[in-house]
Design a protein around this ligand. Structure first.
Ligand code: 5RP
Length: 231
């Protein structure tokens, strides 16, 4: 990760926040790109008097947003969120995503499905011809996690328990993450259904049909947009 990648992330984040309007209820993603979103949103709140309310997708994001002066509420789903801005680990040509590198995929998906519009912001290098080079995060219940891992291994790919400082990484909801190195996923929608059907699995980091638009940022500050159903 370097300055170039950050410049792309920052460009996409700035473009996304420029679309935010007074009175919006906003889903706030998690990760380094989302950090740039929250920085810029906080700047608009403080300097321009922009009035928005955020729904954070992680404890980390809540802390950053609160410090930036963005008013927050918890997710209720009523009314629906106007817009969610979030990052991604991979994006394919259909706008389908792998998310969860930052470990917040469960809350991110809950926020995304409660939103009228989901806008993904990322560095151009996240754009892939197919999903799966990035290990697929799967959120599992800690009880019996290694038994759940055996069931996931039936896909014939390596499965590893995510750790941090030598102990299992624990999500904001007290869950574990198993990362599955698929390499190439030919049918993400079917795979999502199959993995979610495994006992012990809570959620999977495949976001199929959820992104309405994607903003790809380049190191020189250019931003390209992909839109679902667009030409
Ligand atoms: C967190 C996520 C992030 O959106 C994803 O990992 C991208 O992160 P970054 O913006 O740091 O590259 O899904 O759960």
């Amino acid at each position: 990760m370097g300055g170039n990648e950050d410049a792309g992330k920052r460009a996409a984040a700035k473009r996304a926040v420029a679309e935010v309007q007074d009175g919006m209820l906003l889903g706030l993603g998690t990760g380094t790109t989302a950090t740039f979103v929250i920085d810029e949103l906080g700047r608009r709140v403080r300097e321009e008097g922009l009035k928005v309310t955020g729904v954070p997708s992680s404890v980390r994001t809540a802390e950053q947003a609160r410090a930036a002066g963005i008013p927050l509420i918890e997710l209720t789903g009523v009314p629906p969120l106007d817009l969610t801005i979030d990052g991604a680990d991979e994006v394919d040509p259909h706008g389908d995503l792998i998310k969860g590198g930052g470990g917040a995929l469960l809350r991110e998906k809950l926020v995304a499905v409660a939103s009228r519009e989901v806008l993904i912001v990322c560095d151009d290098r996240k754009r892939r011809p197919f999903l799966g080079a990035f290990p697929l995060p799967v959120v599992v219940v800690p009880f019996g996690w290694s038994s759940t891992r055996h069931r996931l291994e039936r896909f014939g790919r390596p499965v590893s328990l995510r750790t941090k400082d030598g102990v299992p990484f624990v999500t904001d909801d007290g869950l574990y993450i198993l990362d599955v190195a698929f390499g190439r996923i030919d049918d993400p929608a079917t795979l999502e259904r199959e993995i979610r059907g495994i006992v012990g699995v809570v959620e999977v980091g495949l976001f199929i049909g959820l992104a309405h638009r994607v903003l790809y940022g380049f190191p020189d500050g250019r931003v390209e947009e992909w839109a679902r159903g667009g030409g």
